[in-house]
Ligand binder design. Sequence first.
Ligand code: ADP
Ligand code: MG
Length: 614
Amino acid sequence: MNKLLVILSSGSLITLGWVFGKLGLMELNAAAMILAAVIAGYPIAKRAFFALKFKVIGIDLLVSIAAIGAIIIGEYWEAAVVTFLFAFGAYLEARAITQTRNALQSLIDLTPKTASVRRDGEEIIVPAEEVRVLETVIVRSGEKLPVDGIVIRGDGYVNQASITGESMPVSKEPGSEVYSGTICETGYLEVETKRVGEDTTFARIISLVEEAQDSKAPTQRFIERFAKYYTPAVIALSIITYAITRDAKLALTLLVIACPGALVIATPISIVSGIGNGARNGILIKGGEHIERAGKVDAVFFDKTGTLTKGLPQVTNIQGLGNTSEIEVLRIANAAEEGSEHHLARAIKEAYKESGDTNPLPAMDSFLIVPGKGVIATLDGQEILVGNRRLLEDNELDTTSVSEDLEAMETKGETAVLVAAGGQIKGIIGIADTVRDEAKEVIARLRKQGIKRIVMLTGDNKRSAQHIASIVGITEVKADLLPEDKLRILDEYRKAGHTVAMVGDGINDAPAMAQADIGIAMGGIGSDVAIETADIALMEDKLDKIPYAIGLSRATLRNISINVSFAVAVVFSLLIGVLAGVVFLSSGMLIHEISVLLVILNASRLLAYKERRG
Ligand code: ADP
Ligand code: MG
């Protein structure tokens, strides 16, 4: 039978029974109450029975015993009301939980069901999941994007709030990536499809959030372990009470009021709300465990390149040494960096493209990436080194002759990349990156939040690291690090008792992010790696989501502890109430259900959480 129907019919029977009672028709009163108890109690007893088969003693069993016991001792009204309230409470609880979860539903609804595609030169409308990869999708002003892809024609402004939480429209032009679920506010876009349906970034985020909401936080695991012993203990207590007092009503009341209903949902409901709030603000928190740990963070480590800086470094300086010309230095470096995706490599390749050089490029024979140092390539049979001082020294090249040039560049905040060919230094390329606009303010906010240690970790040289650090207001700088040094330093802080968050750009920082208590990756929207490896992925490349994520996690922790202490307090007060003889079956159940709803209400405040600034 439908749940609502169960509640309605048992509720009406109770009312009817009450009227019969007032009229002095006691047999009819008893019949109506028993029927009400059977209707509302049958599904509860059935669940209790199935749980018992799996050796699980749960709340359903407590309620069933209490109701049956009440009928046996002739307390029909108590039996009817207890089962009715329990069913009604469970119904309201389920609804409230669905509603909390549905904070995400509004996001899911953003995915359009149809798409305009160009097939055989004609524009037709097809269901969104039937668009094929590489097919051209047409999006007009005001329409939602049905697929992930790359703009091939047209331009416009797209609101990506569904993914990033940021409603400021982003400009798109040919070559830009666009994402399903975002809205083309103005303009006209022709998009070459890359991913459709379940594979889109948006669909994956939704499913990750749903998974995260179901994952268990440590507090919850503890409470569940506790509940396993608690319920049988309550049954034992009630039997003992009966043995001593011979008061069946008291013994049955004990069963009901000891139900740990509010306690069981206290943690998960807060976690669901906290994760839901994050998702709506472009912060993907991968589970209850992570939100609990993020709430305890007291040390934040930042990678420099691509995290504190924009990660779009540009060549600002080229020096040719001896009789090597500047363009030759750039040409060699460009050819050697061919296979590297490093920020610096990209800057070099970009600068070369813009130089307009038309000379033929040397042919690549071999190529090796040396992490934290640079690259080694063989071009036309000659060994080329492109990287930092350490790379050259590792390969027996003396760098003292260029020390002064390097220092001069580094003091200006440039990263100096040395270029050597055939055992000789041919030139130096100075590359500079700009600091993110919001970096300084974010560091100040983190300090205000009471984060004790804020540290910059970088493989770059000390001088340019110091330069960036002084701009953003970081005083602890660890520079010249190899990837393994970063792990060691993180470990030292953890051993010293800090809860450490590592903020990185997801690609070369994955090991450090895994080593930290909490790995926070920037730029989730463009990078699957970032989404997969991080504990918290920031969809947008915006540092100000970090203090937000920490504030939200702390608020979630506070919310959990309010819920848990409230739930425990209710159980204890009820226990005292029963022993003092003022609380009985039905009133105990009523208070219980109210406390469950209050816990849900408290958790839903998290959905409205906003960071307090200033
Ligand atoms: P970060 O910690 O700043 O992200 P990495 O560990 O990636 O830095 O690299 C550290 C240093 O190694 C760089 O600052 C640079 O000097 C050198 N390096 C690494 N990869 C390359 C490359 N592909 N080309 C030139 N230099 C490189
Ligand atoms: Mg980096």
